[in-house]
Design a protein around this ligand. Structure first.
Ligand SMILES: *Cc1c(COP(=O)(O)O)cnc(C)c1O
Length: 344
């Protein structure tokens, strides 16, 4: 059975055009920086985000870890949202592998960290304190509903960082979703940042890979750490070929995914027993199962699956649906119908 797979935008299969480009890609040994397709993707990524240089990495998790380890020494402190992917879903890598100390601050409902909270968390020089080195933002903020952070907000955080000699990293796994929904360029959204990671393998539909962008000096150090962490790949142009299509074409169509997510949200909103999270934004819909509904989380997932739709259970009666390239209008209708059937 062909499922309507709304578990994540990472489930996206590459398009036929991507597969053809991958088969034809000119390749070389990328550890020697000899792969023309990787080099082309890196130039394109740097240019698109308005930074000097870029690095192709196997995953977003590795990209974020490399960025944090490039900015920070062991024992340095990172100011980060408590709902951030880097804080919650990257296996504690910054501490385990980088010796970096997270300083999680509350993510507000709109995905931001309050500017006053950031100011207050910056440590004064004192033998008792870790050295605050970096602020890390996430855009879109996944676990706050896929909400975008505005250019104005990011600029304010950048200002605080500069005034205090800190660097700013953006986990922009879905930065192009933020750009599409805010109707600004990704370049403008990340202008205040020293480094940015974004994923090719989510809504942009490429099978593998993420990009790290920043200054030439930052990327040179990042390249060393990528090798150290085992992320130096050889004929990686086969993967980068799909990444070029992702960046050139897929960034331009994300508005469609956002519209379909909105249609799903609107369709579910009147179904009794589902409590929609009004913060749901971009390509994500979050909801809770009301306590009086006599279904466990697993039962809901199972019943919806019987109707041909896959969804993610996040625990504690919370669920997430994510739209992407392979979800069309008929899938939206089928999804709403599946919930209507199960909940009646
Ligand atoms: C998916 C994701 C990552 C990590 O990317 P992987 O390629 O899955 O390692 C980082 N940050 C956010 C916000 C994500 O959603």
């Amino acid at each position: 059975m062909d499922y309507v797979d709304l578990r994540s935008d990472t489930v996206t299969q590459p398009t036929p055009e991507m597969r053809a480009a991958m088969a034809e890609a000119k390749v070389g040994d990328d550890v020697y920086m000899d792969d023309p397709t990787v080099n082309q993707l890196q130039e394109l990524a740097a240019q698109t985000l308005g930074k000097e240089d870029a690095l192709f990495v196997p995953s977003g998790t590795m990209g974020n870890l490399i960025a944090l380890m490039t900015h920070c020494q062991r024992g340095d402190e990172v100011i980060i949202g408590d709902r951030a992917h880097v804080n919650l879903h990257e296996a504690g890598g910054m501490s385990a592998l980088g010796g970096i100390f997270p300083r999680p601050l509350k993510n507000q409902a709109d995905g931001t960290i309050a500017l006053d909270d950031i100011r207050a968390a910056i440590q004064s020089p004192d033998v008792h304190h870790a050295i605050t080195r970096l602020v890390c933002l996430e855009n879109t903020q996944n676990f706050c509903g896929g909400v975008p952070l505005t250019a104005e907000y990011v600029k304010s955080v950048g200002q605080i960082a500069r005034e205090n000699n800190l660097t700013l990293h953006i986990d922009g796994a879905r930065i192009f979703n933020a750009a599409a929904t805010l109707n600004v360029s990704a370049k403008k959204l990340v202008a205040p940042a020293d480094s940015v990671m974004f994923c090719l393998s989510k809504g942009l539909v490429a099978p593998v890979g993420s990009m790290l962008v920043g200054s030439k000096k930052f990327i040179a150090r990042a390249r060393h750490l990528r090798k150290m962490l085992g992320g130096g790949m050889r004929q990686a142009g086969i993967l980068a070929a799909a990444g070029i299509i992702a960046l050139e074409q897929m960034t331009k169509r994300l508005g469609e995914d956002h519209l379909r997510a909105k249609k799903i949200f609107d369709g579910l909103t009147h179904i009794r027993g589902l409590v929609l999270d009004s913060r749901s934004s971009t390509n994500m819909v979050f909801f809770n199962l009301a306590n009086d509904v006599p279904l466990t989380d697993e039962q809901l997932v199972g019943e919806i699956k019987k109707r041909g739709v896959l969804i993610s259970a996040l625990g504690a009666r919370r669920f997430r649906l994510v739209t992407h390239y392979w979800i069309d209008d008929a899938d939206v209708t089928q999804t709403v119908q599946a919930f209507a059937d199960v909940m009646k």
